[in-house]
Write a protein that binds this ligand. Sequence first.
Ligand SMILES: [Zn+2]
Length: 635
Amino acid sequence: MRKIKLNKRKVLYSASFILGMTLFSVNANAEDHNDGTSTSLNTINENDTTITDETNEQQQELQFAKVLSSVELVTPETLEFTHLSLPVSQYTYNVKQSSNKDYAEVQIGGNTYWVKIDNLTASEEQPKKLEEKRHLTIKTKSKFTVYASNNNQSDVLLEGTTASKFHVLDIVNDYYVVEVAGVKGYIPISQVNLNYKKNSNVEVATKSIKVYKSIKGKYKTIGTLKSGAVVKVTKSTTNYHQIQIGSQRYAIPKKGTIPTEKSASLGKLVKEVYPVTLKVSSTNYVYSSKGNKIGTILKGQSITLKGLKENKGIINFMGKSGYVNLKYYNHSNMVNPKKSITYGRYNYYLRVIAQLYPEFTEIEKIGKSVQGRSIYALRVGNGKKEILMDGAIHAREHMTTNVLMEMIDNYTVAYRKGAHFAGYNVKSTLNKTSIWFVPMMNPDGVTLVQKGINSMDSKYKSTLKKYNHGSNNFNRWKANGRGVDLNRNFDGLWKYLAYTPKSFMNYKGPSAFSEPEAQALKAFVQRHHFKMDLSYHSSGQIVYWFNFQKGSNYKRDLKLARNVARITGYSVVPPMYYRGSGSSADWFILNQKKPGLTIEIAPYAGNGPVPHRYWTSVWNKNKSIGLFGAKEASK
Ligand SMILES: [Zn+2]
């Protein structure tokens, strides 16, 4: 292969030309090139110390060049004009000697062209290495311009007057990035022929586009899609892409989108297990499962929460699973307290609440049950003082979970709104004293009552059945997942508590705090300084409050019990002077020297859960108790 030989002096003169030297320099340059010698020029550059000896001239091949004068590219070998022109520019291109001594070879958009060497001048710079981030080929319209940046006021790198193909290196807002002889060039998307096929993916190639949803036959804006988002479109009309998913119809403008080789950003929509209706309280980002920002969803819409994934909520976004920060959403009603609340539902709701209201709630897993179910605590409020409310220590008394969950439901809604509930300013009350709710202390037992023996870990099935005296009906079950009555397992003078036979209730366990559920609450209490413990049970419409406290504590606790009794209409049971208790509230009284009330919410219902028909009355009696307790504690 023949090579163009150039010496350093040539490079020097070329640079001089660029800097605006006289015409003579141009001629000198041309001569230099033509006869391959520079002897005649030495006199002109006597003072040039960079060149000292003719014989030391280094010969080098033209690799990096600038365009001296506008030139049209030709096809290799055949030298046909291509209708693609390189204007004069400051940019240094990668060039290579072609098989024809008069032409250099350049790579543009994945194609090889030749360019007349006379129009080039060697450059001492060199282009940065380019990275091909895309696998796309485009065809331009018959007239197009390649710019030096993504701005149509920037320098022109290439002009074309014929439709041309380019490999695409990348896509930035409204431009395809292509290679122009080693330099990044930008073709406006509007100058490219875009062919959209039915049921194919399109990508947003502008900053953002609007998303419309057909609601009662009219398209309304529901959000936006951001640059890089990819959606599968059903079909394309003159100005819009349509997306049909089931009976839902969406549309996005074609302008700002391109056909793409990429796969869709959002995955298949998941089906909700526990539906929760939410309202978008402020416009917020929608993310892909990988955490990329896909678009936004507009304030004011109602959505159904489909599920949670780590710290994000899953919503229906354009018929797919979109991931959002739930703090930009409100709920108005989550819990249906007229039905039994399962372990799965309760812990899902708590996690949802914590994600909806991070500014005033906090969820903590305080331990695990015998069979590995999680025990959660949820703080509501930012008060430095704290009270504790727990429920469902006794399995069949799981309506107490409903009471606490319904409090959480209503208190959080009112707090975010700045509203009153049951006569209390919720936000100001809970910003003085926070409530820590532990709504389901005994998740194994509750599950056993609600779902039967087959929901239990097989390791414990025979024990549970034995403790249940052979019966498969576990409606009467009060104990935990291996037959210990948790409210006989706390050390409220446990050693004085008489042993009763192993059964569905009252068995106090081999030692105080032998059970992980009791240990979890104990450790949780000891990490805090609760001003009181309101422990919810369900049998007898009674408030228990005493465990040998004396003096001012006695008076304080009796007063509190009487106040709770006044609000609920329940009876205060007078002090019972027999030693020995395993109840959580009694242990709390002894250990924390603070009031611990055991609140029994319903008339005695026999050996089974409280019938749902009592719910409304139970709720009306108890709905303010959390706020009352918080207010008392802040005194
Ligand atoms: Zn109980």
